[in-house]
Design a protein around this ligand. Structure first.
Ligand code: SAM
Ligand code: SF4
Length: 362
């Protein structure tokens, strides 16, 4: 079997080139098992068995943007908009702290009005205060000015997640409106600013977008390597019927392929960037109930249990079949710990779980 020899040979190389990555991303069956075994070996050697919890607080679905793939885009009038109040956010942060979650992720729709900027600033300071600076804070609040990024960094956020979504600029244009607010160059400017300011920098892509190719995905991984990122969160694209991208439903990748190729992306990235943090994205679970646990076995070492108060969870539907929208935060935490142990991993409680890559660079 020529194909199997190929994958075997590729996996023995010190460095993968573009063509190697394209081949690895298409691995299925026995070839895929070889890829996963190698990724698992690298994971255990460089980041160990530990999996870190990031309590995810989706504090508002109000968004000023119109990304064509996203269920909470501004022009989707079917969404009930919410904005958690300070007490609700603080209560969720307290929950994470008391349950020894390593860190928090504050995420919301994108807004850049002054009121929002100041509010986030104050929230960051409050959370730092009530948790006695014992909890790490990641933010994922989209594209902002350099000044805003700097301000939030000073107030206590020390990691930032901003997915590049795709590094193919043509595809980027196909999945976003063509205006200044959705400009690829600006997204790059943001990622560079985030890194420059000193955040642990996280990016990622959606896997299996309409028109996306294996070559695009290989370029995405090479981009991450070149950017020398500290963290990555990537998940399958999952369609939402009230979005413009759904009009292209005839050219969707089969759902199983999106899932399987996402695992391949995680595995290849783990081999390419041995000591970064890689999240098992929630969207994996929308396709397979054990999706995130499968990702933990092939390279991912971070999981983001949703700790948003359940009353609002149903309104933060980026895609269809979003899991756990009826559950309280503690159900999620408990069932998760069990499942992590079943996946042969340990929960890294009470530690920030910073990116080793970031620490090693210092
Ligand atoms: N508004 C911020 C931003 O865009 O960076 C943070 C929140 S946004 C909802 C977080 C991520 O959700 C995006 O980076 C995107 O990759 C992902 N997302 C949105 N719609 C999706 C979909 N239909 N399927 C999979 N992921 C999706
Ligand atoms: Fe808004 Fe983020 Fe969704 Fe784009 S992906 S519409 S910025 S929430």
């Amino acid at each position: 079997n020529i194909m199997r020899d190929n994958i075997e040979n590729i996996l023995q190389k010190e460095e993968f080139d573009f063509k190697d990555i394209v081949a690895l991303l298409q691995a299925e069956g026995k070839e895929q098992k070889l890829l996963f075994a190698k990724a698992q070996e690298v994971q255990l050697k460089h980041v160990g068995k530990k999996v870190f919890f990031r309590g995810l607080i989706e504090f508002s679905n109000v968004c000023s943007k119109n990304c064509y793939y996203c269920g909470i885009r501004k022009d989707n009038k079917k969404v009930d908009r919410y904005n958690l109040n300070d007490e609700e956010i603080i209560a969720a942060a307290r929950f994470a702290h008391e349950n020894k979650y390593a860190s928090l992720v504050l995420q919301s729709g994108e807004r850049s009005d002054q009121h929002f900027i100041e509010r986030v600033d104050e929230l960051l300071q409050k959370i730092k205060e009530i948790t006695h600076n014992e909890i790490g804070i990641t933010i994922s609040l989209g594209e902002q000015s350099d000044e805003t990024y700097r301000r939030w960094f000073r107030s206590g956020a020390h990691r930032y997640l901003l997915r590049i979504e795709t590094t193919n600029e043509v595809l980027y244009k196909q999945i976003h409106p063509e205006d200044d607010e959705h400009d690829f160059e600006n997204r790059l400017r943001c990622l560079n600013a985030i890194k420059e300011i000193g955040y642990q920098t996280g990016t990622g892509v959606m896997v299996g977008l309409p028109w996306q190719t294996y070559a695009d995905l290989a370029n995405d991984l090479l981009f991450m390597k070149k950017m020398d990122i500290d963290m990555c969160g990537m998940g399958p694209y999952v369609e939402h019927h009230d979005t413009p991208l759904f009009e292209n439903k005839d050219i969707l990748w089969p759902i199983k392929t999106r899932f399987s190729v996402t695992l391949n992306m995680i595995a290849v990235l783990r081999i390419l960037m041995k000591d970064i943090n890689i999240a098992a994205a929630t969207a994996l679970q929308a396709i397979d109930p054990m999706g995130r646990e499968k990702a933990l076995r092939v390279g991912a070492n971070v999981i983001m249990p949703n700790i948003t108060p359940s009353t609002h969870r149903k309104d933060y539907q980026l895609y269809q079949n979003k899991p756990c929208i009826d559950e309280g935060a503690d159900d999620c935490g408990d069932c998760l710990s069990l499942r992590i142990e079943m996946a042969g991993r340990e929960v890294g409680l009470g530690e920030w779980g910073d990116s080793k890559h970031f620490l090693n660079r210092k």
